[in-house]
Design a protein around this ligand. Structure first.
Ligand code: HEC
Ligand code: HEC
Length: 202
């Protein structure tokens, strides 16, 4: 399914690039109401989406629209905070494919900014060893390389990472089979160490 989406996106980008984002301005303002200015989040439970690899981002939005990925209810964090709380699934429910692809490209071109957050240096060092042994193959350069199309782990918010690990562990969020083997083999101590390692990359 993912590869089908990716093919469709690649074809449409090739046919229609460069894209105009004028019509998407209101949508972007809505996204930034939770994800922060230019997609750089200031809130630990909300991921930074600036610099997110574009096909991974588009896939995520398609999954949310199809209700195939868990989406928790969230308040707006800035702008008009009287807007009612909503979920990622509801936010993209009425957006068409082209708009979701525009959004993925738009945010990919904005610079990722690592979250400023606390971490324990000893745990971070232990986490680096776990990452290098188990995760670096697919999440290269410490989980910072967008070319992997595997999300950005390095400098992402710890609250979001913890929620994501829990969604993978419960099976609520689908994951790559080989990644699942690695994730299932992690001890609780390994997981904690990984959270501190990713948080330490600032
Ligand atoms: C009401 C708050 C809110 C709004 C509005 C919102 N998001 Fe989100 N978004 C979240 C939260 C919270 C998460 C973390 C996952 C979850 O709990 O659903 C998330 C997760 C994501 C993810 C997954 C990131 C990853 O690394 O896999 C993407 C991509 C995303 N949002 C993009 C967008 C885009 C694009 C828009 C605008 C169309 C948007 N969001 C609007 C709150 C919001
Ligand atoms: C075989 C390749 C592979 C391995 C090994 C792997 N991953 Fe992944 N990972 C991926 C891919 C591909 C994605 C993007 C999944 C998607 O599009 O939903 C991903 C996504 C993630 C995400 C979600 C990122 C986001 O933005 O929401 C986290 C967290 C993650 N991986 C952590 C890990 C950790 C920790 C390890 C090592 C224990 C690991 N992965 C090992 C391929 C891998």
């Amino acid at each position: 399914m993912k590869s089908l989406y990716r093919t469709a996106i690649a074809v449409s980008l090739a046919l229609f690039a460069p894209l105009s984002f004028a019509q998407d301005a209101a949508v972007i303002e809505n996204c930034n109401g939770c994800h922060g200015d230019d997609g750089v989040s200031q809130w630990s439970d909300v991921p930074t989406i600036a610099g997110m690899p574009e096909y991974t981002h588009a896939d995520a939005l398609f999954f949310f629209r199809d209700n195939e990925r868990p989406c928790s209810e969230s308040e707006y964090r800035q702008g008009d905070t009287s807007r009612p709380a909503t979920t990622m699934c509801q936010v993209v429910a009425d957006l068409d494919d082209a708009t979701l692809e525009d959004l993925a490209l738009y945010y990919f071109e904005l610079p990722f900014v690592a979250a400023q957050q606390e971490f324990d240096a000893g745990l971070a060092a232990a986490g680096k060893a776990v990452h290098d042994a188990e995760c670096e193959k697919c999440h290269s350069d410490g989980g910072s390389n967008p070319d992997d199309e595997a999300g950005i782990l390095s400098g992402q918010w710890m609250g979001y990472m913890k929620n994501t690990f829990a969604e993978y562990a419960s099976g609520a969020r689908e994951q790559d089979k080989k990644m699942k083997e690695k994730m299932d083999a992690l001890s609780e101590a390994d997981e904690t160490a990984l959270f501190h390692y990713y948080a330490s990359q600032q």
